[in-house]
Design a protein around this ligand. Sequence first.
Ligand SMILES: [Zn+2]
Length: 335
Amino acid sequence: MDLFELTQRLMNIPSTSGEEEAVGYWLRDHLQSLGWSVELQKVSENQNNVIATLNDAPRVWFSTHMDTVPPFIPPTEDDQKIYGRGACDAKGIIAAQITAAERLRAEGVTDIGLLYTVEEERSSTGAKAVNLHPLAAKCEYMINGEPTDNDLAIGSKGSFRLMIKTCGKAAHSAYPEQGDSAIETLLDILNDIRQTRFQHDGFFGETTVNIGTIEGGLALNIIPPRAEAGLLIRLTTKREPIEQALINVVRGRAEIEVLSCSEPVKMMPVEGFNQKVVRFTTDIPHMPNWGRPLLLGPGSILVAHTKDEFVLKKDLKEAVGLYEHLAKKLLSPTV
Ligand SMILES: [Zn+2]
């Protein structure tokens, strides 16, 4: 099965976060048919990480995630591109890594592992589970794949997800002095957050805030007793100073509920590769036991998570060579 066919076979199996069971079984069967030892690590009732090896304890691993964002978009292709859900995030990457690993094996290199996680697009429960796997201790380098346009990412921003919740007092809307609008309080707080300049970092860049969701109120003729907004802050510093700044802005007017946090990560630079900092986060912060992390993959993050997701065939091919070269370099005694 060639690289493009493998990409499309993987894309044809829907695997929105929470529904990765079928693609995990398919990958297990495929890798076993190629001669890999494959373990399914149970993460939940119907979610399994896929862990494949050629020897007892590989030093270099390729990894990415099997889940995609919704909705499922079946693959199509033309001369230059493969389109559809997972083309670049991250089924094309799985295909490129397997192809690179098979090439390495053909050259006699067996010190390679493959690790495919569930749930990366939501809460990284797959990565958190595999972080405790015994093979982690033997891993020296983990080459994670996300769409970096085939550049080597040497830094990725963190992600701090939280809710701001306000409480007011319901009243007849004709008598606003009898109530207290939770929506107006929330709007004031959100406006203050928009005016705030959060701490930045010279290496990772700007800390940015997305007010991603907003909800509240009961009816047009009721002063709203409740409102909430969901924020995702792209961290370039540790969580603490940003959380403190937020508490200072909110000044007791709302409850801050933290949903999750992953801090920014520095990754290993390697000579001979284009290097850059990426703004998105990955499974890497949740897998500290898996050696030194590296991050590289074909495709653009700007089309990932969109209805127009695609990957250039030439980028997929190039990624195979880059993964192969990177693994060899890491396995060579001079690194
Ligand atoms: Zn991804």
